[in-house]
Write a protein that binds this ligand. Structure first.
Ligand code: DX5
Ligand code: ZN
Length: 215
């Protein structure tokens, strides 16, 4: 089943409670929560307090995407704030396996994220510990960027890799996903689609979510 994860980075920041309630009413499967630290990426977004506040307004699982240096420092604060899954960038962590274990030991799901230029090889020795792999289809840092088509090959490669190993992690794609690129991502093997602008800036977000789910 295809799952749609609206990114509240594209919502009105003064109304995050309304944004997640609306996303739920539009048929979202989870909420994508982008954390930026001003170091790993240039901008700063939300912290654990914002997550705790958002969690009061939704029963959907919240998928926390850490775009931060030293992600292991942020596992406990985001677990305590109610994260249901935490993904972090392999480019930002020298101890990827250990961080995955610490997320899982906290009792929630864990995954890693690869930037567009990072090879699938990085997953070789950690893929069996991942509940989800997130492939960036833009360079992280901002919403509203253009989808990078080269990631489609990478999705296909990842799908083959997990199949060959008898694994079945969620394959999530993030950045520039709209109704057209969603179709390409799903055909390539993705099953979780993050969408910020395409959902929150739409005239009819519910129909955008429905058409992304059935491309
Ligand atoms: C980008 C973030 C994305 C972003 C996606 O760095 O990780 O989750 O919100 O936004 P759109 O869907 O507008 O590209
Ligand atoms: Zn994201």
């Amino acid at each position: 089943m295809i799952k749609i994860a609206p990114s509240i980075l594209a919502a009105d920041c003064s109304e995050l409670g309304n944004a997640v309630r609306a996303a739920e009413s539009w048929g979202a499967d989870m909420i994508h929560f982008d954390v930026m630290d001003g170091h790993f990426v240039p901008d700063i977004s939300f912290g654990p307090n914002s997550l705790a506040a958002v969690k009061k307004h939704t029963s959907l699982p919240v998928d926390v995407h850490l775009m931060v240096e030293n992600p292991s420092d942020w596992v406990k604060p985001f677990v305590d704030a109610g994260a249901d899954i935490i993904t972090f960038h392999v480019e930002a962590d020298r101890h990827v396996h250990r961080t995955l274990q610490s997320i899982k030991d906290s009792g929630i799901k864990a995954g890693v994220v690869l930037n567009p230029a990072t090879a699938l090889n990085e997953l070789q020795y950690v893929i069996d510990s991942c509940d989800m792999i997130l492939l960036m289809s833009v360079n992280p840092g901002w919403g509203g960027q253009q989808f990078i088509p080269a990631v489609l090959d990478k999705i296909r490669g990842l799908k083959q890799m997990v199949k060959a190993r008898g694994l079945n992690p969620d394959i999530e794609v993030d950045g520039g996903v709209n109704t057209q690129t969603a179709k390409q991502c799903v055909e390539a093997g993705a099953n979780v689609l993050v969408a910020g602008s395409a959902v929150f800036h739409a005239i009819d977000p519910a129909s955008v979510i429905a058409s992304m789910r059935r491309p």
